[in-house]
Each structure stands twice: as structure tokens, then as C-alpha cells.
Design a protein around this ligand. Structure first.
Ligand code: GH3
Ligand code: MG
Ligand code: MG
Length: 310
């Protein structure tokens, strides 16, 4: 097992480049949730919790509350924030206590405080041999890498795989809390002709301008993704009203027409689909939107169509 550890202060050791952030034994949505969740444990706080520095009263209260609410999962969370490795909750608490003991022992031997990141790394690689060639990288670097892996380089929107993961998260919220949402799948009309006429670079500029327009025409809570080529998906959390979803799609359609290159107007077609009980997977919702998009194209383009599931 080769893992990525996080060093607090841009330290002496560098991360295991091979490990990256994709962990084979962790569910992809969980990974994303942890990466994106503002409530994910900061390494610095875990470090303080282990005794590396004194915690404020607010921090102590926060950790007590987390421990109370999450039970043994709390200890998995501690390890995840340090190592980006998922340890099962039922072994994590005992492991945490062992690592703490090891940290104190190392500190005594070396006559200085050994931080929890270093002690964990040493314990897992030298005592239990459960890590091979691990290295440390700085926390900001990890965050930056994680963020970069989620976005499309050209437009800055969420990329295809993030789109699926975020859609999966919305679906889970829907199943658990009945929080409805909808999805807009949109495709630039006759994009090939823009490329053919003005060249690929101009085509790229169109994609970038469209992405900018999507951000402007949607709310902060909406999630804009480049689904592929010249296709985009906008997820509308908390929007389970067809009229509202179509109004947003229409705003986007009109917004696209304001993008002009060399006098040529850009238009889009869109399919709108709402999440309901028939939606079992992200694919099903995308397929519904795709059928509506197909109708929009077949009916002359530059229009939106709402998916009506029979
Ligand atoms: P329709 O109205 O039916 O959607 O027609 P279209 O021409 O938009 O669709 P088609 O699928 O025929 O062509 C899509 C084009 O998008 C073809 C492909 O070369 C181009 N494309 C895909 N990704 C990129 C990209 O990143 N940059 C540029 N410039 N072009 C791209
Ligand atoms: Mg297309
Ligand atoms: Mg197209």
C-alpha cells in the first residue's frame, strides 16, 4: 500500500506522487464529499487534537461534538485527514490510540514534540508495515491537486467525472431527505461549423465564453459542468419545480445568443429533466434529459424541451 500523507507546514518531505487522491478502497462520492465538504476535518485541527498544540475551547467543543455524533467514524475521519487513507471505523479508534502512544514514545526518545502526521507515518510504515514508500506533501498542495482533478482545464467548470459524482450526491440527498433537484443538459448548436469556419481556437473561445455565461446565469448553489466536447450539464439543487427549471434553462438559452464570434450568433439546445422516484441512477436522469435534448435538436434547435417521463 502506498499512500499520500499531509504535512502541515510545507515541510521537508514530499508526497507520494503515485498515490494521487483516488483511493481504491474508498467510495468515490465519499472522496468528493470529504474533499469538498467545508466540514471535513482540517489536518491542523487533527494535529491540535492529538496534542501538537493547545486547542481553543471552541475547537475542543467541536471535536467532542463530532466524536459524539459520528461515533467510531470520527476516528476514520481523523486518519483520513492525515493520510488520505480510509481505515474502517471498527479498527480506527484502537489504531488512533496506538499511534498516539507511538507519538509520545517518539517525542520522549527524540526530546522534542513529534507531530501526529510524522508519528502516523512512522507507525504505519515502520511498525505495522502497512505502507510502502509513503511520503508527505503539504496540505495546500493536496487541496490544490484535489481541486484540479475535479475541474475541466479549459473552462474551469466541473469535469465529466465530478459531474457524475455530484449528481450521485444529489440523488442520495433526494433519496434520504426528499430534496428534489433537476438537471439541464445543453449542447451548442452546429458547433462543428464554428470550428470549420473559424478554426479550433475560436471554437475553444466559444466554449470558454459559454462556460462564463453559464456561471453568470445560474445561482451560486447551481453546479455547472462540462459534460464533454460541447455539451454541458447544469445541476439545479433544491429545484424540483419544472417551471422554475425551464426558466433557468431559458435564461441560459437567451444568454448563449449574446455570445458572438465574428458576427456569428451562438445558440444552444437543452433538455431539462427533474429527479423523481423513477430515477434510480445518475444515468437514468441524464438519459431523460438527453431524450429531451434530442427533441429540441429535431424540432429546429435553439430551444429547450422538458422531459416528460411516461
Ligand atoms: P448539433 O447542432 O447537432 O449539436 O451539431 P454540432 O455540429 O454541434 O455537433 P457535432 O457533434 O457534429 O460536432 C461537435 C463538434 O465539437 C465536433 C468536435 O470536433 C467539436 N469539439 C469537441 N470538443 C471540442 C473542443 O474542446 N474544442 C473545439 N474547438 N471543438 C470541440
Ligand atoms: Mg454534441
Ligand atoms: Mg452540438
Amino acid at each position: 500500500m502506498s499512500k499520500l500523507f499531509v504535512e502541515l507546514s510545507g515541510g521537508e518531505l514530499v508526497g507520494d506522487k503515485k498515490a494521487h487522491c483516488a483511493l481504491p478502497d474508498e467510495d468515490a462520492s465519499d472522496r468528493l464529499r470529504r474533499t469538498m465538504s467545508p466540514s471535513a476535518l482540517r489536518v491542523e485541527l487533527v494535529s491540535a487534537y492529538s496534542g501538537d498544540r493547545k486547542m481553543t475551547e471552541a475547537e475542543s467543543a467541536q471535536m467532542r461534538l463530532l466524536e459524539h455524533n459520528r461515533g467510531d467514524v470520527f476516528y476514520s475521519d481523523l486518519f483520513y485527514s492525515i493520510s488520505h487513507h480510509y481505515f474502517a471505523p471498527d479498527i480506527s479508534k484502537a489504531l488512533w490510540n496506538k499511534v498516539l502512544k507511538h507519538k509520545h514514545l517518539m517525542s520522549e526518545c527524540l526530546g522534542r514534540n513529534v507531530r501526529i502526521t510524522v508519528a502516523t507515518l512512522d507507525y504505519l510504515s515502520n511498525i505495522t508495515n502497512s505502507l510502502e514508500t509513503p511520503t508527505l506533501i503539504s496540505e495546500p498542495y493536496v487541496s490544490e491537486m484535489a481541486a484540479l482533478s475535479m475541474v475541466d482545464g479549459m473552462t474551469g467548470l466541473y469535469n465529466h467525472s465530478s459531474c457524475y459524482e455530484l449528481l450521485e450526491l444529489e440523488l442520495r440527498k433526494y433519496r434520504r431527505y426528499s430534496i428534489g433537484f433537476s438537471l439541464i443538459l445543453l449542447d451548442i448548436d452546429d458547433f462543428k461549423s464554428i470550428n470549420d469556419r473559424w478554426g479550433h481556437q475560436e471554437g475553444d473561445r466559444t466554449l470558454i465564453a459559454l462556460a462564463k455565461m453559464l456561471r453568470e446565469q445560474t445561482r451560486d448553489t447551481d453546479i455547472c459542468c462540462r459534460y464533454g466536447g460541447e455539451e454541458f450539464i447544469v445541476l439545479l439543487p433544491f429545484t424540483n419545480d419544472a417551471k422554475e427549471a425551464c426558466e433557468i434553462a431559458e435564461r441560459i438559452r437567451v444568454g448563449a445568443t449574446s455570445i458572438r464570434f465574428n458576427g456569428q450568433e451562438v445558440t444552444i439546445s437543452a433538455g431539462v429533466a427533474l429527479c423523481d422516484k423513477t430515477i434510480s441512477t445518475p444515468q437514468v436522469l441524464i438519459e431523460n434529459a438527453d431524450r429531451a435534448l434530442y427533441q429540441a435538436k429535431a424540432s429546429g434547435k435553439n430551444q429547450i424541451v422538458l422531459s416528460v417521463v411516461q
